[in-house]
Ligand binder design. Sequence first.
Ligand SMILES: Cc1ncc(COP(=O)(O)O)c(C=O)c1O
Length: 391
Amino acid sequence: MRYDFDKVVERRNTNSTKWDSVAALFGSEDVLPLWVADMDFRIPQPIIDAISERIKHPVFGYTRVSSSTIDAVLERLETKYGWKVSPEAVIVTPGVVPAVNAAVKAYAGEGGAVVVQSPAYPPFWATGPNNKVRTVTNLLRLEGGRYEMDFDALERAFAESGAKAMILCSPHNPVGRVWTREELVKLGEIALKAGAVVISDEIHCELIYKGFKHVPFASISPEFAANSVTCFSPSKTFNIPGMHCSVAIIPDEELRKRFNEARSGIQGSPDFLAVIAMEAAFRYGDEWLEQVMDYIEGNLEFLIKYMEERIPAIKPIRPEGTYLVWLDCRGLGIDDPKELQRFFSEKAKVGMNAGYTFGPGGEGFMRMNIACARSILEEALKRIEEAVKLL
Ligand SMILES: Cc1ncc(COP(=O)(O)O)c(C=O)c1O
């Protein structure tokens, strides 16, 4: 089936975080929301069909995840990445953020430390305080318009802090890097040497632009697999984040046990519709996914050209994956990070995530979500262009 992503889907009054929080967050209803990471697009029809079939049954009890759903996860990892995972390694979790929190609690341990590479997805910064764990920052380096990991600093961070866990964001939100195998090997070796578990958040791994390839961290070697937790989910890929369903892949039995202890009594069984959606997405969602990625890539090219030609003071960092674009706004000359955010929401009337909320290194940047109809993106860019002219 052919999907029409140019069609604007009205999302107001659907309990949408993105659209129905606009006035509360950005001060007025006429702000265009290009912030939180969900897409404005309708989801794949096979997911709607599978859920519709299930709700014909009138009992909505607790969920036991079927082996067919687990098989769908395993088959996907094998066909997409050649990564063979055994069913025992898979734990179904009610979202990646809860899984990352459980992993930080399990492996960094109370009073211990976790390393986060900054700028980083804001909930990563909360995992330390949530679990009485210190957060150690390792800054990513922006070089020639591309972010790189600072491996020397990473080694020092482990040595100085004694951290026993690190969060890897792969692909990296907000900077859009799809880490190469070489980079992941270096990181994995440093973590092994430090005796630190790698918590690899791979939620964006299927949203990859042409010319780049995602390598699951744990697929690189049995040693890396035994020293990691991979958080994987259909939610970003197929635009079902409101369903809160994900998996944690933990091949090592001892690490699995500690993870389950850390979440015991806190995370319940997954939502009954979400597991159905996950299976349908993984089995039948690819036709939609190919089309949506083509569309998003078109949006990315549109944005880059528009900014180069008409808003040169803002420099988009070209992402290799994710539908999130990290905008370098330092050329606007607005030094106060909160004022920068206000400039966009109050003057341009475009709601984006402020860079400073992503931690050190995020000041002077904004994150734009381009998973919307091109007409909305164009309108947002026009508004920004007009506001910049008046600066
Ligand atoms: C890197 C990353 N991890 C996790 C999440 C959210 O995961 P979940 O909704 O499954 O808790 C997001 C959402 O934007 C994300 O960007």
